[in-house]
Design a binder for this molecule. Sequence first.
Ligand code: DP6
Length: 341
Amino acid sequence: MFTATCVAPVNMALVKYWGKRNEELILPINDSISMTLDANEMCAKTTVAASESFKENRMWLNGDEQPFQANARLQRCLDGVQRLALAHGGAHRFPLSWKVHIASHNNFPTAAGLASSAAGYACLVYTLARLYDVPLDEQLTTIARQGSGSACRSLYGGFVQWQRGSSADGSDSIAVQLSPATHWPNMHMLILVVNDARKKTGSTSGMQRAVETSALIQHRATQVVPQRSKELKVAIEKRDFNAFATITMKESNQLHAIALDTFPPCVYMNDVSHSIVNFVHEYNEEAGSLHVAYTFDAGPNGCLYVLDEHVPHLLAAIQLAFPNDAQQSVEYLKGIPVPAV
Ligand code: DP6
């Protein structure tokens, strides 16, 4: 038997991916940019074993067996990595025909808008790559992308861009690292867990419905995101927190505006989420400049970006504004900021 075990971290989008131009290959309508967390914080851990004695491919997620054959994304990831293994001249330690058993665990809530599929598929593809001796390069990101779009960004640390690409086969829809985490070491991310229940409309169906019904989404993809991506790359390069925060918050707001412009609408944020938004704007107003930024994915939980020097003051203000015994309480991930690197 041959085995490999890896961990992959969560990434949180700054410029959001929302909408596909090809559902099957998972090709996006716009570029996206994200920041990857420390693999020790929120991560997926996957073990893959291949053996001559396994009768069929099987998969367990957090201890529960998942249907393998019925999961086209899973199958595509396995096929994709095996194809790359063949293309790399096949320094195979065992025949590709051997079946695999996959066991994956998340150390954070699944499908609650906390990017669990990103870490999960990134981890699956990376672990398969280790098992079959396939190097980490842009081709591998095209495989992770076919598990879950946002997963391709979790193959790299630091700041990462998923380039939309233009070819029909998706070969140029790849993730690239913009800069490693060490580039901006005092950047922190704090996650406010508002609700860890499973979301009503998943990202996949939410964005599909948005592409079909939103009158605003194409404008966003063609007129807004290209400029914002350019500006965010410059902000990251210069470590310009003010520009970084402005773009990040506007991006979050536009994602949720598109979600509301979808018919029937997708409502991901709740009252606590909105009070976090208000809190951040008031906090920045009082500080006299932007000290903190928020972003919300397809769920009610908030992610705050803040520089090291402002963390203690921000945490104290959060505890005051959202006391733990409030009716709708806000939990803090381990009560401390999650380092961005
Ligand atoms: C709001 O990557 O989960 O988190 O490609 O259909 O699996 P699929 O969708 P997924 O969507 C993530 C959407 C988002 C924004 C982002 O991560 O860029």
